[in-house]
Ligand binder design. Structure first.
Ligand code: UDP
Ligand code: MG
Length: 312
């Protein structure tokens, strides 16, 4: 018996791409069902993350015309990660695949993921084999981010976004993580189980513009680092300790010089520059500390991460 597939797609103001996405997925479903890779009652779940355009009306129409298409409407815009989680936790199926609505993740890679699952993997990561279609800026920032995460000791899969397959068992384990600051790419490797990677070429966004402006990308990166790594906190202590040692050595040197020659040059720069520098280091350190305090504050409240308005 082939597994029943649940395909989860978060959508935020995606009216320009959604009809094409639906069309391509219909073709893909037909192909996978015909090849007995998935069960005929497999379903696509479009998660409307509080879109302000016609996205939800389109999803309703797909679902009315075709039993293989369903929808989940969130009560408001909760952000990509939460929309994704809402879909993963609500979708039915033996295997759940998540992907973006804009066709940047090649839907044909799902076949490879299903094959890896058939060989016994519980989690299959879609990995970008090339980033030639990304802008140089996006490529640089994204890869810098993966490197930084590795330096910080967070176990992330390089060049893997949120295009992945998970079995029912892995999804039920994901349910156990109830953190509010969601960074799914960091959580999923923590689940463990046998995993595999499937490569795909990332294409350009089919239509519309990115829903991840620089502001959201930065917030996402900070969230990812601070919810998974205490390295920045240790780094602060390191800087503090090093600064103390250096200033002690400087003090010693000044005393020795004063005793030896008796002449000290009153330098303005040598006083003011370190003052500004240390002021900066302190502010930055307090900022990093604050980031973690804010995180624990938000976590202790245990607020629900999303509300589902409608299910189709
Ligand atoms: N998205 C979402 N909520 C948001 C922002 C984005 O559900 O608040 C969805 C969006 O519709 C898309 C996916 O997340 O399906 C990835 O967004 P996008 O393609 O704009 O990001 P990029 O590929 O540019 O990083
Ligand atoms: Mg995209």
């Amino acid at each position: 018996m082939p597994p029943r597939l649940g395909l989860v797609i978060p959508c935020y103001n995606e009216e320009e791409v959604l009809p094409e996405t639906q069309r391509q997925l219909r073709v893909l479903l037909d192909e996978l069902i015909a090849d007995a890779c998935i069960a005929p009652d497999s379903r696509v779940y479009f998660v409307d993350d509080g879109s302000r355009d016609r996205t939800w009306r389109q999803i309703e129409a797909f679902s009315a015309d075709d039993p293989n298409f369903g929808g989940i409407k969130l009560s408001r815009n909760c952000g990509h990660q939460r929309a994704l989680l809402a879909g993963l936790l609500s979708a039915e199926g033996d295997v759940i695949v998540s992907m973006d609505a804009d066709l940047q993740d090649d839907p044909r890679a799902i076949k490879g993921m299903l094959a890896a699952h058939a060989e016994g993997s519980d989690i299959v990561y879609g990995v970008r084999s090339s980033r030639t279609t990304d802008t140089a800026f996006k490529r640089l920032t994204a890869q810098g981010f993966y490197r930084l995460m590795t330096v910080m000791g967070v176990d992330v899969v390089f060049d893997h976004a949120d295009y992945r397959l998970m079995t029912r068992r892995a999804i039920e384990n994901l349910r156990e993580f109830d953190e509010v600051n969601l960074f799914l790419r960091g959580i999923i490797p923590l689940i463990g189980f046998k995993s595999a990677r499937v490569e795909y070429a990332r294409s350009e966004r089919f239509a519309g513009e990115s829903k991840y402006p620089l502001r959201k990308m930065l917030a996402f990166a900070i969230d990812g680092i601070t919810s998974f790594s205490v390295v920045p906190l240790r780094f602060i202590s390191g800087i503090g300790l090093a600064t103390c040692l250096v200033s002690l050595m400087m003090a010693g040197w000044i005393v020795i010089r004063a005793l030896a020659s008796g002449a000290t040059v009153p330098g303005w720069a040598s006083t003011v520059v370190p003052m500004y520098f240390l002021g900066g280091v302190q502010l930055l350190s307090i900022g990093i500390l604050g980031e973690y305090v804010a995180k624990s504050y938000l976590e202790t409240k245990r607020r629900p991460r999303f509300f589902i308005d409608k299910l189709l």
